[in-house]
Design a protein around this ligand. Structure first.
Ligand code: SF4
Length: 454
């Protein structure tokens, strides 16, 4: 399928091919789904909203609810104020959420609708809320949209009172519900009181009950978002995704923050656990120590298969860096690291990571596309690809095994239930990586070399 990708790399400035990101509202919608009884609302045309819902549904294999201002030609010319006013009334009348979280689209941003003024001009009933964030898709990616929506909740709702609540605010990064469950398990084990914003567990991984529930039990409670201003500290996981929202809370309510990489692999998880321990002043319990020991044992076992293997990792910036850190712990070489999301932080962090392991001759780039990744691979191949579904054509064209991790994964199942964070997530990553390499060996070695015991 990609036979015509040229090996020769020429500079492109005005074209992205297979862009390795999606648009801001997708991230904003995902963040809004992680708030209890909150309905994401897309201020634009129906087509945008349908695309964003579909994108999330394909990854999570769950129904994704959201509403739209349903722009027509008139609103495109004269602005979407009256559409939003009607939408807010209809949504509260028909679906009765506690909150509507509005994000903009390219069209409403280009018109220049002043969402804050529109929201202030249309007061809603006591105990109901309308919040917003700006998500112009000609800037950033779904990661920035996620960050902006989290900041939007804080801007509208969080307040500081005179009474600290003894909790931490955990900003989880752009991760799956399975990861969010794992964070909660670890924080509980470390006896840390917390509010996590957002929390999509219990929303996008709900059990089959035979009954449709538009607002499942999960999600951060509105009162807890209000209380973020009284938290003792923010722990912001995934620097590129969470630091700006942590800064918003700091500016508004004076809550100090510590930013950490996503806790993927041994060292980053150690850092996360130690940070929790510093806050709670509790010893690390045996159940966590045991799991760490299991992960280290597994890493030793699989080392002969992973050591020295070259890997290309692509996807969201913090996820790529987290996987790369774990790959280095496994003795692998992250030959290529690529994200479609713009931002200098990614390249800075990639350079620091490689320098720490004294690994040279690796290439990394932000604001890039998978076409470029394919060209890099054509010039010098790798043993393994790690990333989302959109790299599968490269894997097929070049005959390289692909391990699916990150976002989006739209051609496989169950991934969003399985954590990649924490020691448990490390065990999952190790399993996926080593089994892909061993499957490849089984299917490509000569018949006489097929081994039963490996
Ligand atoms: S028009 Fe903009 S907001 Fe709508 S789907 Fe396209 S990129 Fe996203």
């Amino acid at each position: 399928m990609l036979d015509y990708t040229p090996k020769e790399i020429t500079e492109r400035t005005a074209l992205r091919i297979n862009p390795c990101k999606t648009c801001q509202p997708v991230g904003a919608m995902y963040a809004a789904l992680g708030v209890h009884k909150c309905l994401p609302h897309s201020h634009g045309s129906q087509g945008c909203c349908a695309f964003h819902r579909m994108f999330l549904t394909r990854h999570f294999k769950e129904p994704v609810v959201a509403t739209s201002s349903s722009f027509t030609e008139g609103s495109s010319v004269f602005g979407g104020g009256s559409n939003l006013k009607t939408a807010v009334k209809n949504i509260f009348d028909l679906y009765n959420p506690d909150m509507i979280a509005v994000h903009t689209t390219c069209l409403s941003e280009t018109i220049g609708d002043d969402l804050n003024a529109l929201i202030q001009d249309n007061p809603v009933a006591e105990g109901k809320y309308v919040v917003h964030c700006n998500t112009p898709s000609y800037k950033g990616s779904h990661i920035l949209g996620f960050t902006n929506m989290v900041s939007g909740f804080i801007n509208y709702l969080s307040v500081k009172t005179d009474t600290p609540n003894g909790k931490i605010c955990l900003m989880p990064g752009f991760v799956n519900p399975g990861d969010m469950r794992e964070y909660k398990r670890l924080m509980k084990a470390m006896k840390v009181e917390f509010t996590m914003l957002p929390d999509t567990s219990g929303v996008l991984d709900t059990p089959m009950t035979g009954k449709y529930n538009m607002f499942p039990d999960g999600g951060t409670k509105i009162d807890d978002i209000k209380g973020l201003g009284d938290c003792i500290k923010t722990v912001a996981l995934g620097i590129q995704t969470s630091e700006a929202s942590a800064e918003t809370l700091k500016k508004k309510c004076g809550v100090d923050y510590k930013e950490l990489p996503l806790p993927m692999g041994v060292e980053a998880t150690d850092e996360f656990i130690m940070t929790l321990g510093d806050i709670s002043k509790e010893e690390v319990p045996f159940e966590i120590e045991e799991q760490r020991g299991q992960l280290v044992d597994i890493m030793l076992d699989i080392h002969p298969y992973t050591y020295g293997k070259k890997v290309a990792i692509y996807g969201d910036p913090d996820t790529v860096l987290g996987i790369a850190a774990f790959a280095l712990e496994l003795g692998m070489i992250p030959k290529y690291m690529l994200t479609g999301t713009p931002g200098a932080q990614f390249e800075r962090s990639a350079a620091e990571l490689l320098a720490k392991y004294a690994v040279e001759d690796c290439t990394y780039k932000a604001d890039a596309d998978l076409f470029l990744l394919h060209q890099w691979i054509k010039n010098e191949g790798v043993d393994l690809l790690i990333g989302g579904t959109y790299g599968k054509h490269i894997a097929r064209a070049e005959g390289i095994p692909l391990v699916r991790m990150g976002f989006p994964i739209i051609d496989r199942y169950i991934h969003s239930y399985m954590p990649l964070v924490g020691y448990k997530g490390g065990i999952r990553m190790a399993e996926l990586i080593v089994n892909a390499l061993m499957d490849y060996q089984d299917s490509h070695c000569e018949e006489k070399d097929v081994e039963v015991v490996m």
